[in-house]
Design a protein around this ligand. Sequence first.
Ligand code: BGC
Length: 751
Amino acid sequence: MKARSEFPNTALLLPFALCFATFLAGCGGSGVSLTISSTPPPPPPTDPDQRADLLIAQMTETEKLQLVHGNLPLPPYPTPPPHGAVYWVPGITRLSIPDQLAADGPAGLGDNVGQATALPSPLANAASWDLSEASKYGTVIGKETSAFGMNISLGGNLNLIGREPRDGRTFETGGEDPFLSGEINAQHLLGIQNQYVIAGVKHFALNDQETGRTQVNAVIDERSAQESDLLAFQIALAGSNAQMTMCAYSLMNGVYDCQNNHLLNDILKGEWNFPGFVLSDDYATQSSVPSALAGLDQEQSYGYYFTGIWSAESLQAALANGDMPASRLDNMVHRILRAMYAAGVFDHPATVAPIDAAGDGAIAQEIEEQGAVLLKNANNQLPLNQQAIQSVAIIGSHADVGVLSGGGSAQVTPVGGAALALPSACPPNLPAPGGAACTNASVIYDPSSPLAAIKAIAPAATVTYNDGTSSAAAASLAASSAVAIVFVSDWESEGMDRVDLSFPDGQDALVAAVAAANPHTVVVLENGGAHVMPWLESVNAVLEAWYPGQLGGTAIGDLLFGKVNPSGKLPITFPAQVADLPRPVIPTPSTTSGSFNVDYMVDGLNVGYKWYQSQNIKPLFAFGYGLSYTTFSISGVQLTPDPSPANGFQVSINLKNTGNVSGAEVVQVYLGFPSGMGEPPLRLVGWNKALLQAGVQQPVTITVNAADASHPLSYWDNATSAWKIAPGVYTVYVGNSSDNVQPAGTFQIGS
Ligand code: BGC
């Protein structure tokens, strides 16, 4: 499926129509009698590239330069951007080129715009392993972006944070696997772009930690990069027709990403044939001419390099003295305009309108219900019995008023306003206009109270809240309640990493105290990414709710009481301890200027679960893991290689719901490569989420096509700079988690 892209531009149609009308009427009434031709002029082009070129032919150099620079409320554009856009490029009225107006992403619309639907975190969306939910997620963002009068969405985030699970932006991403993240993000981006909004991917590339994020020099070999971080972007772009790529603050192999010719020109625009434009992250531009020549097409707000305000040579000067050819400026403008045409921005201008808060909120709830992951359920503690339960203690994390959300540029101001906004210290790496220090940050709770939801579901029960600030008081309430539900949370934000994988502020001790007081303790996690759980053995149940969004409290209530059966699976590994990470200590710069190396050769192409498997380290919870209130069996496993095995294969199984309630299972297919290739033990190559009624058995077939953008059977060959399929014996595995698979069979490629 492609974004709707072929809409004629009325601005271009007009001259054709006028000319044709004049022609029919006698062309200016010269008095000369005309022979009316029977051949009308050719119709205007519908191809976005041709349409872009027709416009460029009419543009002055000044107009072209205007389109390659984004603006903030800073000189020379001192007024705030229209509609609360995070950056904007004024249009050109004379040519009917609309303003470019961007809203931040990827968890909904960034808080500049005012109140919008706060979706569950993108990581929760990935945890649904459900492409249709991802498409709905993007559609909400696309519709609301347009309703706020804007036409660019700055999301999704494809950074592979499995390299650094403490990364404060983990919640914004699609997880640690390039295939899962790439496919989920592709649907998210398609959903946006189908609403006539330009969708973008970010932050290209290897922007995998926030500590010293503008200084990180990612040191990595080509094969590892191609098979991990870059692959996620490649899959998302190929599957979405997304028209914008945001280059990152960081460096790759010694060169800043936004002036990295290899990254932008060779790989993105060359190998991948990306037709859209490259936009710098806020202040990621480092130069004018070198960046433009390396492939940067538009600088975002905090950069004033192209204009010559912050650089020795403006693009205008470079054009005059020959340092940059005019053809390069034309190409930059071409890419921007073709993106606008391809997304339908010219033909379907954004119109300010009220958002569908009720409809979009319902989708937010559905996504949370599909993305929450049941991590533990001893003694069938869950679901709670709506009728029988007599008393419930609700403890901690402001569960009386709302649910936690993630901070930074992905922060959404929820519909109805924040239930609670707690002041926070500024994340150390957060940007501020013109480089000024950040002055305030807030920890925002979305207005959906788990306490209220649980009271509504179990009206006959005594439901009591304790804020958890005193472990003794919380334990005392727990001791006198039939069930104790402890909410633990951890705020993540752009601009900072977590110091470790623990829950902060004594929450681990709180859980331990409550669990000691009540054997029926349930823990609900509201967090951005992976955590260790020293109290795990002492509690009966753990529900991973992520940052659950606008109706998160309602969704959590429905999940705890079994109105909805959990079916999410982890899109990231939860390590057992910090010492198991590829880099146990987060690499940190010693000065605030210059770059410092982060050695990604340590994990190389083995990001996330691939790392733990290659090192024989058992994680706390594996990638792909998640429980249900029912059970499933897999039988009749059959592998059918293509007659030409290098083309791919099919895996068929019978999936049976062996429990008493309906539920969904995610069947996962992993591939083991021939030995000696340096590939990870297992690589996710396919999955299928199937919903089955109790007792029902259903065949499930997963097809793996070698020609897909995910290159499922290939490795990157450094010698020839190409994807190759190696001869040898391949083993196919099927299961319901990366650490719970069975062999489906083997096939041989070559002799
Ligand atoms: C972030 C981007 C964001 C941009 C605009 C940057 O600091 O890294 O993800 O889109 O700000 O707000």
